[in-house]
Write a protein that binds this ligand. Structure first.
Ligand SMILES: *Cc1c(COP(=O)(O)O)cnc(C)c1O
Length: 470
């Protein structure tokens, strides 16, 4: 059975089941697998003809073995990755832009962003585990866009999960709001906070810190990418895309639009498991804390900027700690010290040159501002007639700037559908694309949400009223 350890070396080892139900480790670290399964090229090659669901079973099962029955996992994956849930039969199809240049379309799921790949699975895993333990939990999250709708879609059928998603009232796009508020299910609560995203986020953080409002009857579960189960589900599409382009017999390069470093860390995991990946590109928007660290070896947290790529707007990138853990030879003590310094945010921090050099063997990085994002959308449209969403455009820009070897296929992760990001599409001078066929009635569906003041007591009271005595 796979064991999980904390990056800071001072928390109990956990099973998958406990990791699923835990946010941060008790020492403040993040959980990672203790031993990563490693596959030979022959073994990976033997998976070439598997459809997405079967490949997902190969990749995911070793991480959950002992906690989830093989057949139960198979059932969940079949329930998720099929043509009635995903709007494309290939689940994660490749779109070619140029010779040896591709976009991996990860936006055919129910909410049109890659987060569906993981949150659909997370919801089913939670319900499976909670059913067996005869427990119920509360999911609480704040969203400025993609995470909230994907979490709601992923948990709407859960019997043992009530989900409360806070969004800033009037400050998310209509498509994104409707993707949250029109989902039916008596365990779903959309809270529109009369305040901004940061206030909503702060209330969620404070609630995780002090859960007494749940009277000890329930626990809060995190659905952001500090939850290992999310990373795990995202490893699959690196294998899938590589196998589709002649891997593992030839290496691939990936460019990943990055915020919290979750999606790209999944690529790093695929590489650790034996998939030949030559290069991983960290593509950021002007919230470029990681690009500055990678290029100048200076870690300096700056205030958050709101951009036309809201799903990558972060000040700190939490999953980067999982990579640092490996760079520091999995020395939890060393990492705990490093993270303490990095989290002080009073001065700039540098990594050991030797550790950074190890990262640079695999990773390159680029920060892309709004003008360059829009220009890339226009450039690719002129070249191919294909409209990129602005997050994916950042990935394509970085792929083109940072590519090391033109003979190696370069795959940019297409993280969202452009229809979700009206501001960027209009700014680039294009008409809004049509909603994909499974969402054509989105604008006509009935909405349900509760507007609350930006006051944590009011939010806690609302959660308590709707959680207990149902
Ligand atoms: C969440 C998200 C990202 C960033 O992913 P991370 O795992 O946080 O790096 C990029 N693009 C889109 C569209 C997203 O929704």
């Amino acid at each position: 059975m796979m064991k999980y350890i904390s990056t800071r070396g001072n928390a109990p080892e956990l099973t998958f089941e406990d990791v699923l139900l835990t946010g941060l480790a008790t020492d403040g670290g993040l959980y990672v697998p203790k031993d990563v399964p490693k596959y030979s090229l022959e073994e990976i090659e033997s998976w070439r003809d598997l459809p997405y669901t079967e490949l997902a079973h190969k990749v995911v099962y070793p991480f959950v073995e002992g906690c989830v029955e093989s057949d139960a996992l198979k059932g969940m994956l079949e329930d998720i990755y099929n043509n009635s849930n995903f709007g494309h039969k290939a689940i994660a199809p490749l779109q070619q832009l140029d010779h040896n240049e591709y976009v991996l379309e990860l936006f055919h799921g129910p909410t049109l962003a890659f987060k569906d790949f993981a949150l659909q699975l997370l919801g089913r895993l939670l319900d499976y585990v909670l059913e067996r333990r005869n427990e119920k939990v509360v999911i609480m999250g704040a969203t400025s866009g993609d995470t909230g709708s994907a979490a709601i879609e992923g948990t709407k059928a859960c019997r043992n999960v009530d989900i409360f998603i806070l969004h800033p009232h009037g400050k998310v796009s209509e498509v994104q709001r409707r993707q949250m508020t029109t989902v039916t299910g008596d365990n779903i609560y959309n809270i529109a906070i009369e305040g901004n995203f940061d206030e909503a986020q702060d209330m969620v953080k404070a609630s995780f810190g002090d859960q007494t409002f749940l009277r000890g009857e329930r626990k809060l579960v995190a659905v952001n990418s500090i939850n290992w189960a999310r990373i795990m589900a995202q490893i699959v599409y690196y294998f899938y895309s590589s196998l589709n382009l002649g891997g593992p017999l030839r290496p691939m390069a990936y460019s990943v639009p990055t915020g919290n470093f979750g999606d790209i860390f999944a690529g790093y995991m695929a590489r650790k498991m034996g998939l030949p990946i030559e290069q991983l590109i960290i593509a950021t928007n002007s919230n470029d804390v990681l690009h500055r660290l990678m290029s100048k070896n200076l870690y300096e947290v700056r205030p958050l900027q709101h951009t036309i790529t809201p799903s990558m707007d972060i000040a700190v990138s939490s999953n980067f700690e999982r990579l640092l853990f490996d760079l520091y030879d999995r020395d939890g003590k060393a990492l705990a010290d490093l993270m303490t310094t990095m989290n002080k945010r009073t001065e700039t921090v540098s990594l050991d040159e030797e550790k950074l050099a190890k990262a640079r063997e695999i990773f390159d990085s680029l920060g892309v501002d709004e003008d360059a994002t829009v220009e890339t959308m226009q450039q690719v449209f002129k070249e191919t007639g294909y409209l990129l969403d602005p997050h994916t455009a950042i990935g394509v820009k970085a792929a083109r700037e940072c590519r090391r070897n033109p003979n190696i296929p370069m795959i940019t992760l297409g993280t969202a559908h452009p229809v979700k990001f009206e501001d960027a599409v209009l700014r680039a001078g294009y008409k809004m694309p049509e909603l994909p066929h499974h969402l054509t009635d989105l604008m006509a569906r009935e909405e349900r949400m509760s507007v609350l003041p930006s006051d944590i007591e009011a939010v806690h009271q609302f959660i308590a009223e709707n959680t207990f005595g149902k």
